[in-house]
Each structure stands twice: as C-alpha cells, then as structure tokens.
Write a protein that binds this ligand. Sequence first.
Ligand SMILES: [Zn+2]
Length: 322
Amino acid sequence: MPKTLEDMYWELYEWYQLNVIGGAKALEKDLKGLESKGLTREEAIKSLYVSVFGRERFEVPREDPLEASLQHLRRSGAWGLLLTALLTILTLIAFLASPSLGVLFIIFLALSIGGIAGVQRRRTVPWSFSETLKFDGMGWVEVSKVAEETVKQYSEFLVEDLKHSLEGSTLTVEFPASTKVLGDEKQLVTVDLGLFRIKATFSRSSDDLVVNVAYSCAPPEYYAEQAAEAFRKYVKAFRLSLKRAVDEVAEKAEVYREVASLLKAIESKGIIIREVKCPRCGAPVEIPRKGHVTRCRYCGATITISDIRDILRSALDSFRSS
Ligand SMILES: [Zn+2]
C-alpha cells in the first residue's frame, strides 16, 4: 500500500527543513521546478519523494507486517494468564459459596499456577517471519561484499556472538537470542530464547538488488511477550545493517571507479602514477589495488581510498593549470 500524498509531502517538508538551506521554501521551489516541466503537483510530489528517499521507502507499507507477526507470537503465551485468571475467579466464587471449599480451591490454584508456568517454560513456540527487501539500481554490487559487510554491521548492533556462512548467494546468520527479565530477588536475569536464525538470499531483478530474508526462532512460550520485543529489535537491526552494507559497498565501488578514471586521465598526460605522498609525512605510499585502506610504511598513517582520490584530483588539477 503506497503512502498518501499528504504523508509524502510532510515527510519531504521535514527533510527539507533539516537538510536543505532554505527549508520549506526550497521544497516549494523544487516542486514548482518539476511542475514547470509539465508534471501535475501530485506527480511532482511523488517524483521528488522518490528522488529524495528512494522507491524503497515509497513502497514500504505503513503497517509493518512484522508487527502482526509479533502480535501472533505474543498471543501464543496468553492462554496461561487467561487460565490463571479463570481459576482465580472460580476460587473467589467457591469462597463465597463455602469458605472450606474456598481453601481447597486456593491450594488447587497455587498448584495450577506453578504447573502452568512449568508447562509454558518447557513448551516452545515456533515463530518465523519473511520479507523481501529491494534496493533500487543496486543490482551491480558484489553480493559477497554486501553479505560480509552486513554481518559486520549486524554484529555491531548485537553483542551476541554471531555465526555466519555464505553459500552461493544465501547468507545464514545465527546467534543465541536472549533477554533480561526481573528475577525473584529483583535482580536482572538473562533468559535464553533459543537460537535466532536469519537466512538472506540475494538475487537480481533487472537493475535492482533483491534480498529475501527469513527470520526464525522458537522461544519458550512463557517468555513469548519478551521474545516479541527482542525479535523486533533483531529484525529492525538486520534491515538497517543490510541497508548500511549496500550503501557502504556501493560507496567504496564509486570511489574505486573515480580513482581508476583519475589515473587514466593523468596517464593521458604521459604520467603514470603508482604512488602518492603520505599526507602526514610525505613518504611514498603505493596506491592499493584492493581493500579500502592502506598504511604508510614510514609513519603508520592510515590512508583511505577517498584520501587517494582527493590527492589524485588535486594532482590532475595542477597538471591542467600548468
Ligand atoms: Zn607517512
């Protein structure tokens, strides 16, 4: 379900206020610009929205299906509470009818509550959720790099020890899900929620990168409520990690391409550059063929591929002006 025009307009409005000099005035100016090209106001808002936030956000439904799935998980543990409530009401009725019968019911109630909790702690609820994430125009990025970067980003979000493997174009990530609950002595206790598994399969659809993600875990029924909270965090963090990874990989590739074309442009002037000067100490540093960063062998300074691009840019400028 696409967003309404009004939602899109207000999201743009907020974004312009925060990010563009001129704020709301600049937004109107950009919209008028599109309208002058023959777009209706509606088309102008949609087009600007997609160019600012990407089609991905445009197509994301407002109601996240993840919430419905988590709600389902939460309800699966609710029978324990309902049964306890029912037994409590029966006990009260028994008390009103006859106090001696009531005492009998209280004993029964106490045993039942313990029994229900025991059953719910032992029983697990299988939970799973799948979604498709699409990255517009990103079909060209190297899947193995995106997968590797996703794992890196994800492990920064979670303190847990991640296990991961990449087979073909399927990334599997596993870690022990857990949450903290208040224990009997009012201290925080870590509760094991089972093994959380993420399977992300990468594919290309025309120019786009498509990722089918399946999340699954089987938490104890007793902690269904807490599990739902934890799983929301896990899913949202994975989405964000994936997005950051795609951005990161694409950005690096862009810089590499620029470095390559700068070297070519300099070569066309009859100069071949294999080394640049270390920005810190001036020692020669070889331009890396692979990897994002290199280190000066003399002073240990870290030199990124973006630094090298900047050095080459200014070198080319000085060749042109001389
Ligand atoms: Zn140096």
